[in-house]
Each structure stands twice: as structure tokens, then as C-alpha cells.
Design a protein around this ligand. Structure first.
Ligand code: HEC
Length: 139
């Protein structure tokens, strides 16, 4: 009887360990990466719109970026872990750069709505500088 309990115990322990491992290894969605993939599509489309002088096609893909950004913000509010590939301890600085970036992005979108491609072009240059700067620092 004792031996059976012992064997059952071991089986139970292994099963439990397996379950815990399975939960721990469940891949966490990388929300920043998801936002960035949307951002990359929107930015590529923006360049295309500039080249072809098509202000109307600019905004659409940025709506997806906005959705992805909201998810990141919610995760930060809920104190879920978001890990930056580089300089993770400077998360506040990352947030600050991200906020500045989004101010410039809003200006670009407003210019696109007003069909002012001169300002769109200027803002696009600024945005590109942000992509490069932030990646050098945090990616
Ligand atoms: C405020 C900081 C910041 C700005 C601004 C920023 N990025 Fe990123 N980006 C990141 C970080 C951090 C990662 C790495 C995410 C990861 O791998 O966890 C990243 C990753 C990426 C990736 C790789 C995604 C993948 O599949 O691995 C692309 C593409 C990208 N960014 C495009 C852009 C473009 C285009 C812009 C500008 C229009 C931009 N990013 C602006 C922080 C930024």
C-alpha cells in the first residue's frame, strides 16, 4: 500500500510538473513587435503615398498601428511585463521617445488629411529619424 502511494505520488508530481511547464512556456504575445509590424506596413505605405502623391491612402494602415498601440498601453497599465531587447531598465525613456514620436505622427496625419504633402514629407523625415534613433537605443 505504501509503495503504491509512493508510485502514485511520483506520477502525480511528474504530471503536475508537466502542466506547470506547459503553462510557463506558453508564448507571450510580443505587443511591441506587433505594433512595429503594423508601423512598418503603415510607414512603407506612407512612402509610397508620398512618391505617388496620394494623400488619401496614408491614414488607413495607421489605424491598425493605433489599435496595436492601445494594447501596449493597456498592458503597461496592467503592469504586464514588456521587455525591450536593449536597455530595458530605461523603460521610462523609451516611453518618452515613443510619446514624442506619436506627437510627430499625429502632425503627419493631420497634414495628410489637409492634403498638404509638403508637410507630410517633412514629418515623414522626422518620423524616420525616430525609427532609427529608437531602434539604436532599444532594439
Ligand atoms: C519609441 C521607440 C520606437 C520607435 C519610435 C520605432 N520603433 Fe520599431 N521597434 C522598437 C522596438 C523596441 C523594437 C523591438 C521589439 C522586439 O523585438 O521586442 C522595434 C522593432 C521594429 C521592427 C522589427 C519587428 C520584428 O518583426 O522583429 C520593425 C520592422 C520596426 N520596429 C519598424 C519601425 C518603423 C518603420 C518605425 C518608424 C516609422 C519604428 N519602428 C519606430 C521601438 C521603436
Amino acid at each position: 500500500m505504501i509503495r503504491w502511494c509512493f508510485i502514485l505520488g511520483i506520477v502525480a508530481a511528474f504530471t503536475l510538473q508537466h502542466t506547470v511547464k506547459a503553462v510557463a512556456q506558453e508564448p507571450q504575445p510580443n505587443l511591441i513587435k506587433e505594433e512595429m509590424i503594423a508601423m512598418n506596413d503603415a510607414f512603407t505605405n506612407l512612402i509610397q503615398a508620398l512618391i505617388l502623391n496620394k494623400p488619401d491612402i496614408i491614414e488607413g494602415p495607421f489605424l491598425k498601428v493605433e489599435e496595436a498601440r492601445k494594447k501596449v498601453e493597456e498592458a503597461i497599465k496592467k503592469r504586464e511585463k514588456i521587455i525591450l531587447p536593449k536597455n530595458n531598465s530605461k523603460f521610462k525613456e523609451f516611453m518618452k521617445i515613443d510619446d514624442e514620436y506619436h506627437v510627430e505622427l499625429e502632425k503627419m496625419l493631420a497634414a495628410a488629411k489637409g492634403r498638404n504633402m509638403k508637410i507630410v514629407k517633412l514629418q515623414t523625415h522626422k518620423l524616420l529619424n525616430f525609427c532609427v534613433y529608437c531602434h539604436a537605443r532599444f532594439r
